[in-house]
Design a protein around this ligand. Structure first.
Ligand code: F6R
Ligand code: ZN
Length: 186
């Protein structure tokens, strides 16, 4: 008998991904060398402190043209010398590949830096939808007091390039201010 209706191998609970193929990447303080402006504070920080985790579902091999990957990033609340916890940030290895992000839980900012041109910042909140165009580096920042959960969908052949933007910077840093997040342009 042909089994016409099958149970999907992954479930998205609304907050997280569940199922055997889901992979989890943990990014700790020690993995974020050169990311925060205060490198002295970074050297003195606890290297094992977890800043964020990324759950991803990659149903096809990396590099497959036409395939799609799906992920949820969970960024803890906190700061290093006043600079909010954030992702490393990257541009896609195939730089013309775009991506969607959407806010699930918490409050944050998405910093976008085109290869040519000035950076801009979008507010991330439950229900916010963000189109990340190609040729644009992207970084998430948790500016809230609770965890920031953000969904993502990107092409399987996008790849990730971290080195260049780490060297050049996003041109924008976000700190804890007395009246909320303070955005500093560099
Ligand atoms: C995929 C994507 C996200 C990030 C994740 C962690 O293209 O943009 O899934 O990979 O938010 O950020 P990074 O990779 O900058 O450490
Ligand atoms: Zn990306």
């Amino acid at each position: 008998m042909i089994q016409a209706i099958i149970k999907p191998e992954v479930e998205f609970t609304g907050k997280e991904l569940r199922g055997a193929p889901v992979q989890t990447l943990v990014r700790k303080m020690k993995n974020l060398e050169g990311v925060f402006v205060d490198q002295n504070a970074w050297k003195l920080s606890n290297p094992e402190q977890v800043l964020y985790t990324v759950e991803s579902y990659c149903p096809v091999a990396g590099g497959t043209e036409g395939g799609l990957f799906f992920g949820i990033t969970h960024i803890n609340s906190g700061d290093l010398s006043g600079e909010f916890f954030m992702t490393k940030g990257h541009i896609h290895e195939k730089p013309n590949r775009g991506e969607y992000y959407w806010g699930i839980r918490g409050d944050g900012l998405l910093v976008l830096k085109p290869m040519e041109g000035d950076p801009w910042v979008e507010k991330v909140f439950p229900g916010s939808l963000h189109y990340i165009p190609g040729y644009t580096a992207h970084r998430l920042i948790n500016t809230g007091k609770e965890i920031l959960d953000v969904g993502a969908c990107w092409p399987a052949d996008a790849g990730h390039e971290y080195g260049q933007i780490l060297k050049d910077g996003f041109g924008i840093r976000v700190f804890q201010g007395s009246e909320g997040p303070r955005v500093r342009f560099e």
